[in-house]
Write a protein that binds this ligand. Structure first.
Ligand SMILES: C[S@@+](CC[C@H](N)C(=O)[O-])C[C@H]1O[C@@H](n2cnc3c(N)ncnc32)[C@H](O)[C@@H]1O
Length: 248
């Protein structure tokens, strides 16, 4: 079950369990627990269940903050339309995260020179960033190496739209595609760059092995492929993630 659905079910269960206990206390002992106690109990129960189910730490935080967040929101009388706008904004930004488990977060600007230096000197190359986010890396590389071809593929509509607009506004030759990289053949590329997540790496490796040409290079920022020794591990700066490279 996707973590987002698990989290929702846990929250609903905790709400029903704590509400039922509050009703029982009121009926049996004529004791009405204060609202803040019910909210704290619900948040604590949801976070504990998430922890027991070994969900990632950010899910415990979300479970803990969600119920008090709603109470604060309601007590300030903030119109529900604001939440709806925020919901649609987040949906456009994190559209594929529900399935892919790869949210948007940008790579550091310090990465660019290390990737640029891997490109061959004096001849053209095809480069793709699978999950290109706002397009920063692809646009920076396209500016630095006008003789190479750079493509970004992104599944979330908002980051893709922003990267597309950036390429038009800066008259960049970089190409941005709105689609799932899993539906794209990687055979055409000399360099495939990924900044995804631990969960996405095994599928990426299977795809790279079956589609990338011998001699082409798979690059992954921060995330290694479990059980596959990289050919290069590049330190991209103090406390910055490692850039891993595998020669196919
Ligand atoms: C961590 S961000 C990296 C952004 C960018 N590559 C960079 O270096 O700044 C990962 C991006 O990959 C996108 N993504 C995740 N799975 C994808 C898929 N299967 N196809 C295309 N994009 C995907 C996410 O929407 C997110 O924007």
């Amino acid at each position: 079950m996707p973590p987002a659905l698990q989290a929702l079910l846990i929250q609903v269960f905790s709400f029903l369990a704590c509400s039922a206990i509050a009703v029982l206390l009121a009926l049996a002992l004529k004791f009405n627990p204060p609202l803040y106690a019910i909210v704290i109990a619900e948040a604590g129960l949801a976070a504990a269940i998430a922890w027991l189910r070994r969900m990632d730490w950010w899910w415990w935080c979300i479970q803990l903050l969600f119920p008090p967040g709603i109470v604060v929101f309601l007590s300030f009388g903030i119109p529900p339309s604001y939440s709806l706008i925020a919901f649609f904004f987040l949906l456009l930004l994190f559209w594929p995260t529900y399935k892919s488990r790869v949210p948007y977060y940008p790579s550091r600007p310090s990465l660019l020179p290390f990737v640029r230096d891997l490109l061959p000197a004096g001849r053209s190359a095809e480069f793709i960033d699978i999950g290109s986010g706002l397009g920063g890396l692809v646009l920076g590389l396209a500016k630095a190496r006008g003789d190479c071809h750079f493509t970004g593929v992104e599944m979330a509509p908002l980051p893709w739209g922003i990267s597309y607009l950036r390429s038009k506004l800066t008259r960049s030759k970089a190409l941005f595609l709105l689609q799932n990289y899993l539906g794209l053949n990687l055979q055409a590329y000399d360099f495939v760059f990924a900044y995804l997540s631990t969960a996405a790496m095994p599928a990426l490796w299977q795809k790279a092995k079956s589609e990338m040409r011998p001699g082409a290079m798979l690059l992954s920022y921060e995330f290694a492929i479990p059980g596959v020794e990289p050919d290069l591990c590049i330190n991209t700066g103090d406390n910055a993630p490692i850039l891993y490279a595998w020669r196919i």
